[in-house]
Design a protein around this ligand. Structure first.
Ligand code: GLN
Length: 532
C-alpha cells in the first residue's frame, strides 16, 4: 500500500498529550495489522536534546541507533513496541544544519536558499523518509509546540504542502482543549474555534479534532465544534481525563478514531481488534492492591520527567508482579549517614539514578553503602552503577579517594575512568557512547538469571567506564563483573552475588522496557523487592 501520513498538531496550550494521542492511534492501527511508526518534530534550534539540561527538557531518550531523542519517543516505543531511530526525531536545528551543509556543498546551484522551498523541502524529505526508506504503512508525525508559535511555522507550511501533494494519503489531526468554567458550569469551545482558525490561516484544514477535556462533552458541544471548524461531526473526538494513560487507546477505539482515519485515507475498515493483551495489562494495573515501595535516588526529585523511562519501567515491572508501584523520589543532595536509615525506611528496594557531574553524588554513596550493608535490593543505572563501584572501592577495598575521573581528574584510584575513545572528543553534542550494544552475561550470574539469557542488547549513554585494572581486586572482595561487551571487554554489569539483589548496569535497561514486553531486569528486581 502507499504510505499514509498523519500529522498531529496541538492548539490552545501545550501539555495536552499529543504524544499519547499519537501513540494511541498508532497502537490501534498496529493492532489492525499495519506497520506504524511515529515521528516527532521539535521546533527548537538545538540539533538534538542531548545537550539539554533535564530542567529544560526532562529525560533524554536514547534510540537503538544512538540518537539522543525527545522523551516522547519513549512513549511511542512503550505503546507500540517498534524501535525508533534518529529518523523519528527531527529538530529545526537539524533541518537547518542539513540545508546549510547542502548550501556549502553547492547543491543549490547558485540559487538563493530560502525557508520556502528549501527548508520546507528538507522537512518534507524527513517526513517521507519513514515511508520510502523504512517502508511503514502509516507514519504519524507529531508537530511539537502549539499552533501560532513562530517556531513551528515552517513545519506547518510543510504540512500544508504535503496535504496538497499527497491528497487522500495525508490527514491532519488537531488536538485542542475545552476548558470548563466552573462559575458558569459550562464547557467552552471558543479556544478550540480560535485555534482551528489559526491553522486555517496557515492554509491547513484539520480533518479530525480531538478535544481534551476534564468533563464529558455532550453531542451538542461536538456538533457545535464541527460546525464552526469545518469538520465532520463524526470526526470530533473527546479525550477525557482517565486514571491511566494506557486507557487512552481504548477510549479512542470506543469512539472510532482509527476507523475514521481508515475511512478518510481510503482504507478498508474491517473488524475491530480486541486489544486483549493491552486490556490484560490494564486489568493488572487495576487489580493490583499490594504495594511495592521503591526509592529512586537522584538529584532531579522535583522533576519526575527527568527519569521518565525509569518510572515507566518500574511501573510495568510492578504491574507484572501484581503490585501497585509507590515510587518515592529521594533527593541525593539531602542524604547523610545520619538520616539515611530514616530516608530508606520502609522501602522494598532502591534505584540509584543515572546522571552527570558531581552534584548530589555523595548522597548516592551514602545510599549505596546503607543498601549494601543492610541487604536492600538495589539497582544502579549508568552513573548509579559507577557509584556502586566507587562506594565499594572506598568502603570495602579501602581506597578512600577512589572516584570517577568525571568527578576528580586527579584521583589515584580511578576505578571509573574516561573511555579511551572519549579522550580525543572535544565537541559535546552526540559524542558519548550511544545506542545499543551487545552484552555477554556470565552464566549463572544473577543478571543472567534475571534475563534468562547470557546474551542481551541494551542502550548506552556515557563517557566513563569501569577501569578493568581493578577487576581482579573487586572480584576477590565480592563485587563481580558479570557482563561485558564481547568486542571490547568493557565491563557493562557488576553485581554482589552474596546479596539479595545488588546489580549495576553501565547501560540503561529502562529504554527497552515496553508495556507488553517489560524489561526482565526490572521485573526481576521488583520480584526480589517483594520477596520477604
Ligand atoms: N556521567 C556518566 C558518564 O558519562 C554517567 C552517564 C549516565 O548516567 N548516563 O559515564
Amino acid at each position: 500500500m502507499e504510505t499514509k501520513y498523519i500529522f498531529v498538531t496541538g492548539g490552545v496550550t501545550s501539555s495536552l498529550g499529543k504524544g499519547i494521542i499519537s501513540a494511541s492511534l498508532a497502537k490501534l492501527l498496529q493492532s489492525r495489522g499495519y506497520s506504524v511508526t511515529i515521528q516527532k518534530f521539535d521546533p527548537y534550534i538545538n540539533i538534538d536534546p542531548g545537550t539539554l539540561n533535564p530542567y529544560e527538557h526532562g529525560e533524554c531518550y536514547v534510540t537503538v541507533d544512538g540518537h539522543e531523542a525527545d522523551l516522547d519517543l519513549g512513549h511511542y516505543e512503550r505503546f507500540i513496541n517498534v524501535e525508533t531511530t534518529r529518523d523519528n526525531n527531527i529538530t529545526t536545528g537539524r533541518i537547518y544544519q542539513n540545508v546549510i551543509q547542502k548550501e556549502r556543498r553547492g547543491d543549490y546551484l547558485g540559487k538563493t536558499v530560502q525557508i520556502i522551498p528549501h527548508i520546507t523541502d528538507e522537512i518534507k524529505r524527513n517526513v517521507k523518509l519513514l515511508g520510502t526508506k523504512h517502508k511503514f504503512d502509516f507514519v504519524i508525525t507529531e508537530i511539537g509546540g502549539t499552533v501560532g508559535d513562530i517556531e513551528s511555522l515552517p513545519f506547518l507550511e510543510s504540512v500544508r504542502q504535503l496535504k496538497w501533494e499527497l491528497g487522500k494519503n495525508c490527514l491532519v489531526i488537531h488536538l485542542t482543549y475545552v476548558p470548563y468554567i466552573a462559575a458558569a458550569k459550562e464547557l467552552k469551545t471558543k479556544p478550540t474555534q480560535h485555534s482551528v482558525k489559526h491553522l486555517q490561516e496557515v492554509g491547513i484544514q484539520p480533518d479530525i479534532l480531538v478535544l481534551r477535556t476534564e468533563h464529558e462533552l455532550t453531542s451538542e458541544v461536538r456538533r457545535k465544534v464541527a460546525l464552526f471548524c469545518n469538520v465532520e461531526p463524526k470526526a470530533v473526538f473527546q479525550s477525557i481525563d482517565v486514571p491511566s494513560v494506557f486507557e487512552v487507546p481504548l477510549k479512542m477505539q470506543e469512539q472510532g478514531l482509527d476507523t475514521v482515519v481508515l475511512e478518510k485515507t481510503g482504507m478498508p475498515v474491517g473488524e475491530t481488534p480486541s486489544l486483549a493483551p493491552w486490556r490484560g495489562f490494564l486489568e493488572k494495573i487495576y487489580k493490583a492492591e499490594e504495594i511495592v515501595r521503591i526509592g529512586l535516588v537522584g538529584k532531579y526529585v522535583e522533576l519526575p520527567d527527568a527519569y521518565k523511562s525509569i518510572n515507566e519501567a518500574l511501573f510495568q515491572a510492578a504491574t507484572y508482579n501484581n503490585r501497585k508501584l509507590k515510587l518515592e523520589f529521594i533527593h541525593s543532595e539531602k542524604l547523610t549517614n545520619e538520616n539515611i536509615a530514616e530516608a530508606l525506611s520502609g522501602l522494598d528496594g532502591i534505584v540509584v539514578a543515572p546522571g552527570f557531574g558531581s552534584r548530589g553524588i555523595d548522597g548516592k554513596f551514602v545510599a549505596l553503602k546503607y543498601a549494601r550493608e543492610n541487604n536492600i535490593p538495589t539497582m544502579g543505572i549508568c552513573l548509579g552503577m559507577q557509584c556502586m563501584v566507587i562506594e565499594f572501592a572506598r568502603n570495602v577495598l579501602g581506597y578512600e579517594d577512589a572516584n570517577s575521573t568525571e568527578m576528580d581528574v586527579k584521583t589515584k584510584h580511578n576505578v571509573i575512568d574516561l573511555m579511551e575513545e572519549q579522550k580525543s572528543v572535544s565537541n559535546y553534542g552526540g559524542t558519548m557512547r550511544l545506542g545499543a550494544y551487545e552484552c555477554e552475561l556470565e552464566e549463572g550470574s544473577n543478571a543472567a538469571k534475571a534475563y534468562g539469557s547470557t546474551n542481551v542488547k541494551e542502550r548506552h549513554r556515557h563517557r566513563f567506564e569501569f577501569n578493568s585494572d581493578y577487576k581482579e581486586e573487586f572480584e576477590k572482595a565480592g563485587m563481580k563483573c558479570v557482563g561485558k561487551n564481547p568486542e571490547t571487554d568493557l565491563v557493562e554489569v557488576v553485581e554482589i552475588p552474596g546479596l539479595k539483589w545488588f546489580i549495576g548496569t553501565q547501560y540503561h535497561p529502562e529504554y527497552t522496557s515496553t508495556v507488553l514486553k517489560p524489561n526482565p531486569l526490572f521485573v526481576d528486581f521488583i520480584k526480589a523487592a517483594i520477596t520477604k
